[in-house]
Design a protein. Structure first.
Length: 561
């Protein structure tokens, strides 16, 4: 099907669903047909996987913007448009330029690239090289709340931190995920100039080292600030490497504790303490830079209450995916991203339509933010969080829509983030209205809380919720957990995340349950927009004190809960 045929097909479906007005019901109802129409277009081959910075993604962004414009929403991007251009730097490692040399009492030992180690490109400099002593720092975490300081008693000034991947199991999943994202900052604040991460046997059992090597030629990206410098980068960390678990033994050859002893402690669920490794290393690499841009789409539905319309409930979804696979021998090269995240964008667009069909707009304004670069590290969302088109202190809550797996009639949802703020009861009520239960995180080891766009707003102090389709099915003949796991292992970030391939394996896409998912997100946002009190972090929540607090107007309830 060519590009124009896809547009016509999607438009016909959307025109058909427009007749499903609210005349039969007193409130807007989500349309499965509308969700299907949007997904048919966004997950089509013609968009070539919607890679960040690509023509396919530009077409997707234009489609989204015109859909929001057709609903009568107001532009909320740059210069009176629906777009916020995100400046990006794409960095590639120069082939065969990465080197890692250990300096020991017995002489120099160079590790083989990429069999023993690999490195990513440097977004700051085209050439970088550091030589410094190595210090093992355990997991490399610092948390007063959980009594952790892996740097205690260690001198990291001008040295390279050697750390473990993963997270201690005794820390709750969302808190652990947040701490894991702060590792680079912790190391830089302690004076480190580089980081080496060890691929442990425990990690090998979950994600083999060989899998990571498949992505060595993929460029890394960062958004650029007003000085054309990469944002979110600890610039004093000028070297980095990821080392195979067997090759890493050479790093501990002159240390007081062997690496095998560290691995044994991990098997026993213990937290290894840090110590000097008594050797130094040189890390060097060459990188190339290509500065590009890619659009966020931003639109707003103005609120109806003069005293609250300058506050915004933010609805987010990411429009990008991972583009084309590089293997020209394959007949199926397009990573269509049907579930990830054509489904989430379709649900956001349908949610927007429902808001425009209300007899009266909600009291607060609704900001619809469809971001780029999620697959490259939450880049579009993080850029918006640092360069908002509305005052950051006026963004009162975020409802994020990312990869609902619409392959079975889900009976439950996982509400990431809801238990940390006053959003919890709102989410529970909205789900219960549709007969859906809430369940705890079934995969805490995946650190999902920090892997989608809402997390960038959480870091700015904005309460957020991100719903994931749960592991229970309303059809007793279907094992929802097995279907979800099968999708994740066989189709996630692969060309078979397409409507045709998923339909062949699992049966028809459950657009009807996409409508239920939409209804729940709509009612969460509507309740938040109409509540006289703005959301707040719970006093007992870990995030109450560890993330930024942009909100200057605090409710009397804030300190009472």
């Amino acid at each position: 099907m060519n590009y124009f045929s896809v547009v016509v097909a999607a438009s016909l479906l959307l025109l058909g669903c427009s007749s499903l007005s609210t005349t039969e019901r007193s409130e807007p109802q989500a349309s499965a047909a509308a969700i299907e129409g949007h997904m048919l277009f966004l997950a089509s081959d013609e968009l070539e996987g919607r890679d960040t910075g690509s023509r396919g993604h530009e077409i997707a962004a234009l489609y989204i913007a015109t859909q929001l414009q057709a609903l009568g929403l107001e532009p909320a991007g740059d210069n009176g448009s629906f777009f916020q251009r995100v400046p990006l730097r794409s960095s590639r490692l120069v082939p065969n330029s990465a080197r890692m040399v250990l300096h020991t009492a017995d002489g120099d030992q160079e590790l083989a690239y990429p069999k023993a180690f690999f490195s990513s490109a440097d977004p700051v400099a085209t050439e970088s090289s550091i030589t410094a002593p190595l210090v093992f720092v355990g997991y490399g975490l610092i948390s007063e709340e959980f009594g952790i300081n892996d740097y205690q008693g260690l001198d990291l000034s001008g040295k390279i931190a050697v750390m473990l991947p993963g997270l201690p199991e005794h820390i709750p999943s969302e808190e652990a995920a947040h701490l894991g994202r702060e590792r680079s900052r912790f190391a830089a604040e302690q004076g480190a100039i580089g980081i080496i991460t060890i691929h442990t046997p425990q990690r090998e059992a979950v994600r083999p080292y060989a899998n990571s090597i498949l992505y060595l030629n993929t460029p890394s990206m960062r958004w650029l600030d007003s000085d054309d410098q990469p944002g979110g980068v600890q610039r004093q960390l000028r070297g980095g490497a990821y080392v195979h678990h067997e090759a890493a033994e050479a790093l501990f050859a002159e240390a007081s504790t062997s690496l095998s002893s560290v691995y044994a402690m991990l098997d026993e669920k213990k937290m290894p303490q840090g110590f000097a490794l008594n050797i130094s290393a040189t890390l060097s690499r060459q990188s190339t830079h290509d500065d590009i841009s890619s659009p966020n789409v931003v639109a707003v539905l103005p609120g109806s209450d003069p005293s609250l319309r300058d506050e915004y409930v933010v609805l987010t979804a990411h429009s990008d995916h991972i583009g084309m696979i590089q293997d020209v021998r394959s007949d199926n090269r397009v990573n269509n991203g049907a579930m990830d995240n054509a489904a989430g964008v379709a649900i956001l667009l349908e949610t927007a339509r429902m808001f425009t069909e209300l007899q009266q707009a909600p009291k607060r304004s609704i900001l619809f933010l469809v971001v780029t670069g999620e697959e490259k590290g939450l880049l579009g969302a993080d850029y918006y969080a640092h360069n908002p088109t509305r005052p950051i202190e006026n963004l009162i809550a975020n409802v994020n829509m990312d990869m609902p797996v619409l392959l079975y009639p889900f009976a439950d949802l996982i509400a990431f983030g809801a238990n940390h703020s006053s959003l919890g009861p709102v989410v529970e009520r909205a789900a219960a209205r549709e007969g859906i239960r809430l369940s705890p995180d079934p995969m805490p080891e995946q650190a999902i809380f920090t892997r989608s766009d809402h997390y960038t707003l959480v870091r700015q102090g904005i309460p957020a919720v991100f719903l994931m389709t749960g592991f229970e099915s309303q059809d007793p003949k279907q094992d929802a957990a097995a279907i979800w796991g099968s999708f994740f292992s066989k189709h996630y970030h692969k060309p078979t995340d397409s409507i045709a391939d998923l339909t062949r394996e699992y049966g028809p896409i459950r657009y009807d349950f996409g409508a239920i998912f939409t209804q729940i997100n709509f009612n969460i946002a509507l309740d938040l927009a109409n509540d006289p009190a703005r959301p707040f972090w719970l006093q007992q929540s870990y995030f109450h004190d560890v993330v930024g607090q942009p909100h200057t107007q605090q409710n009397s309830r804030t300190t009472a809960d």
